[in-house]
Design a protein around this ligand. Structure first.
Ligand code: CP3
Length: 364
């Protein structure tokens, strides 16, 4: 690898950071000026892509995640098709909790199911503590294969690794799957805070090892998905979640940007910033410009088009894209994304048009 390729060195610094050839996505993570606003889409490698559905007709979702060649192929699909500014590893936030022995299944249509939910101190003690190198080696192998493929491309496309944040993972483990009101999780956090903290600490340790493993294998930035944290009152977040997310982020190597994302977080964003991360992910329920002003210029922001907008024709969602770029006011440190994942109903040409549109409207 020659200097100036914009790759992450073992010490976490980036080659080419001094030069002009650093890729826009990593520059924006560091709040440096870019030639255009970088854009990628959460769930860019999913069911809206016919090539993805084709692969899924042969392989189950977990089978696909555990097959590095197939997962690499899927990771690269949107890079080729959409020309996004970053690839995101194809995997799932729940892969790292499966080896803890909770009985994970992805059943058709219902999303993830945890067959042995974690609701007591005994359940927490029973969670197996297997080193990530042994429990999820296929994820690290996928990262290595994707990096090899991406490094061969010009312009170079950086790879984002990711993990679930402790609260969102705990919510699946405790509820046993998706949830509306998080009754079991909230009752545990208030009814037995000692058990809650033990579970969160265990998850934070496992996830930080998992993310460090992805970085060692070649991930150049990481996104922490705290997708469901917006269900919490600020005081609960501050006392019962923030210390664990902060410990996780502090255990990561400096120099690799962390994107800290959640949905429904309007009332939590300053606390999420306090917990850590270089970039804060915004959903579409907040005004990007106003929220960035409120959070301060010492943090980058990612977002925040409503994923439903992509069901409209490009000419119809163009003004909404423009409005988000206007809100960002060309301040360095904006990464364009949806406010949450691409919906399966999205026409592929609309996603392609969005990426082109962001590049065109933001060209400096
Ligand atoms: O963004 C990407 O393209 C990378 C791949 C990725 C997946 N899951 C693949 C996936 C990422 C980053 C995730 C993260 C993830 N997984 C989150 C956080 C992001 C978010 O949406 O808030 C969560 C909460 C999960 C757990 C999960 N996995 C759920 C709730 C579901 C079912 C919902 C659904 O869309 O079907 C999954 C399954 C899943 N993960 C799919 C994909 C492509 C669909 C599986 C399929 O049917 O093929």
């Amino acid at each position: 690898m020659s200097p100036g390729d914009g790759t992450v060195r073992p010490d976490g610094t980036v080659t080419g950071a001094e030069g002009t050839d650093l890729v826009p996505f990593l520059q924006a993570c560091r709040r440096e000026a870019t030639r255009h606003t970088p854009v990628w889409l959460m769930r860019q490698a999913g069911r809206y892509l016919p090539e993805y559905r084709q692969i899924r007709s042969r392989l189950g979702f977990l089978e696909l995640c555990k097959n590095p060649e197939a997962a690499t192929e899927v990771t690269l699909l949107p890079v080729d098709r959409l020309k996004v500014d970053a690839a995101i590893l194809f995997a799932d936030i729940l892969l790292v909790v499966e080896p803890m022995g909770v009985g994970l299944e992805f059943s058709k249509g219902d999303g993830p199911v945890i067959h042995r939910p974690v609701r007591t101190g005994v359940d927490v003690d029973r969670l197996r503590d297997v080193p990530v190198e042994e429990s999820v080696p296929f994820v690290f192998e996928t990262v290595r294969q994707v990096r090899r493929a991406l490094d061969a491309r010009r312009p170079r496309v950086p790879l984002i690794g990711f993990a679930g944040a402790p609260f969102t993972l705990a919510s699946y483990l405790i509820e046993g799957g998706a949830s509306r009101n998080y009754l079991y999780a909230k009752r545990l956090m208030h009814g037995d805070p000692g058990v809650w903290h033990a579970l969160m600490a265990k998850l934070a340790r496992t996830v930080s090892a998992y993310v460090r493993g992805q970085i060692a294998a070649g991930a150049e930035a990481v996104q922490l998905f705290d997708s469901w944290v917006g269900t919490l009152a600020p005081d609960d977040y501050r006392e019962l979640v923030l210390p664990h997310t902060r410990a996780l982020i502090q255990a990561l190597p400096p120099g690799v940007p962390v994107i800290h994302f959640g949905t429904g977080t309007a009332g939590l964003l300053p606390l999420m910033k306090e917990a850590g991360g270089d970039v804060i992910g915004l959903d579409w329920r907040v005004d990007l410009g106003e929220t960035w002003d409120r959070l301060g210029s010492d943090i980058a922001v990612q977002g925040n088009l409503d994923p439903v907008a992509l069901l409209d024709k490009p000419a119809e969602f163009r003004p909404r894209v423009q409005a988000i770029l206007d809100g960002a006011r060309r301040r360095p440190g904006h990464i364009f994304n949806l406010g949450h994942g691409v919906l399966p109903e999205t026409p592929v040409e609309h996603a392609v048009a969005l990426v082109d549109m962001v590049h065109e409207l933001s060209a400096r």
